[in-house]
Design a protein around this ligand. Structure first.
Ligand code: ADE
Length: 418
């Protein structure tokens, strides 16, 4: 079995941490029990380009229980948990190609290693795997029946690929399931981003001017949690509706040029490029902290920051100090990569339970239905989404009401008014 990881001796620690995550992933465990009996992925090879975390470890167990052979590479050079990678290799016999801190060349080489197995299904987080496949020759995807995509950025890229008529196989947009983005993007990113900033800096959030660029589900989550810790939250948006939403949620809204002057802590979560640029770094306060929690580090113009700095040095784990020419200092966290995974552990297992339940059930759906699908980006079927919500509620022990026959009839009628 081939693999490339940091240190196989870390496997024991990784196993215990995966077990901890698994204890908080009841829905995935129910799916695992059914997969063990039904083997819906029997004989299939799954290449998964995901953040190699304890939660991904639990997903790998579920895919294996379903009969799949699993190959994993990282979806970000800084998000791999090396002990998890070791445990997956040693205890689950999964081929993992991922090392925390790998350089860009190794990152793409690892992706190619996962693809050498000629997978039947791809599982992506950010669409780098699919993008790599589509930029290479045909043989690389000759076996592939379909894929899944975990995140907003990936779905946007794949829709662009499909729009140009170039997508070579069907993909299910896991991100767009309600049981994914309403919880993972909002509560997962919300908590883990603030967690990452705190672990990297140990700064007090209370009383700080906390600037969030982007008020999508991730931005909403980060804003909610920063406010909860006493920050004065400032939202930067380009969309008028989202900006209005932010105002009515009680936040200050202003352009980045204004926010740059007063912010103490900055986080980008837009999915776009060069959101905080050289001209913004130039006017920041001495000691400003800058981070990104969007999928790619392109949200920050790190090159621009380098060019206006006279000195840079690492001061703590995941903190780089940039000294500007006038002596002001700016602190860049986690090389501008996803701070929640670089400096913390990513989203808690309780939300990843639903995200990865969508992954597992979408892979099963693909295995059963790929012949009927076209080369398009598909939503997760509504019954899968609803079922995951039901199972999650059940696992929490929460009960909900059901409509009476009279209420059902009323909702299907038009005659009755006041
Ligand atoms: N993305 C965000 N958090 C994650 C986690 N804990 N595991 C895998 N992917 C993630």
């Amino acid at each position: 079995m081939k693999y490339d990881i940091k240190d196989i001796k870390l496997a024991k620690k990784g196993k215990l941490r995966i077990e901890w995550a698994s204890n908080n992933m009841p829905v995935l465990n129910l799916i695992k029990a059914r997969f063990l009996k039904e083997k819906p992925l029997k004989g299939l090879k799954v290449a998964a380009c995901l953040h190699v975390t304890t939660e991904t470890g639990v997903l790998a167990e579920v895919l294996k229980a379903g009969g799949a052979q699993v190959f994993i590479c990282a979806s970000n050079p800084l998000s791999t948990q090396d002990d998890v990678a070791a445990s997956l290799v040693k205890n689950l016999k999964v081929s993992v190609f991922a090392i925390k801190g790998e350089d860009t060349k190794t990152y793409y080489n690892h992706m190619k290693s996962a693809l050498i197995a000629k997978p039947d299904i791809t599982m992506d987080d950010g669409a780098d795997l699919v993008s790599t496949i589509h930029q290479r020759k045909h043989s690389m995807h000759s076996n592939i029946i379909g894929g899944t995509e975990e995140t907003t950025t990936g779905v946007i890229r794949l829709k662009a690929l499909a729009c140009q008529g170039k997508l070579r196989y069907p993909i299910i947009a896991v991100n767009d399931a309600l049981t994914k983005h309403l919880f993972d993007n909002r509560y997962g990113t919300g908590q883990s981003t603030v967690d990452g900033i705190i672990r990297a800096t140990n700064k007090l959030i209370a009383g700080s001017n906390f600037v969030i660029s982007g008020y999508g589900w991730c931005g909403k989550g980060v804003a909610m949690r920063a406010k909860g810790m006493g920050a004065k939250v400032i939202v930067v948006e380009v969309d008028p509706l989202r900006a209005l939403e932010a105002i009515m949620d009680g936040f200050n809204v202003m352009p980045i040029m204004n926010a740059a002057r007063i912010g103490d802590i900055f986080v980008t979560v837009t999915g776009d490029i060069n959101v905080i640029r050289r001209e913004h770094f130039k006017i920041m306060k001495d000691g400003a902290i800058v981070s990104n929690s969007g999928h790619f580090n392109v949200e920050l113009d790190i090159d621009g920051l380098r060019r206006i700095s006279k000195k840079r040095r690492a001061t703590r784990d995941f903190v780089e100090e940039y000294t500007l020419k006038d002596g002001r200092k700016i602190y860049l966290l986690g090389e501008g990569r996803l701070i929640n995974l670089a400096a913390a552990e990513g989203h808690p297992a309780q939300v990843m339970d639903m995200s990865f339940a969508n992954q597992a059930l979408s892979a099963e759906f693909m295995a059963k239905n790929y012949k009927k699908l076209r080369k398009q980006v598909y939503s997760v079927p509504e019954d899968i989404d609803k079922n995951i919500a039901r199972l999650k509620l059940k696992s929490i022990g929460a009960k909900i009401d059901v409509l009476t026959a009279e209420q059902k009839k009323y909702l299907a009628s038009w005659e009755m008014g006041t």
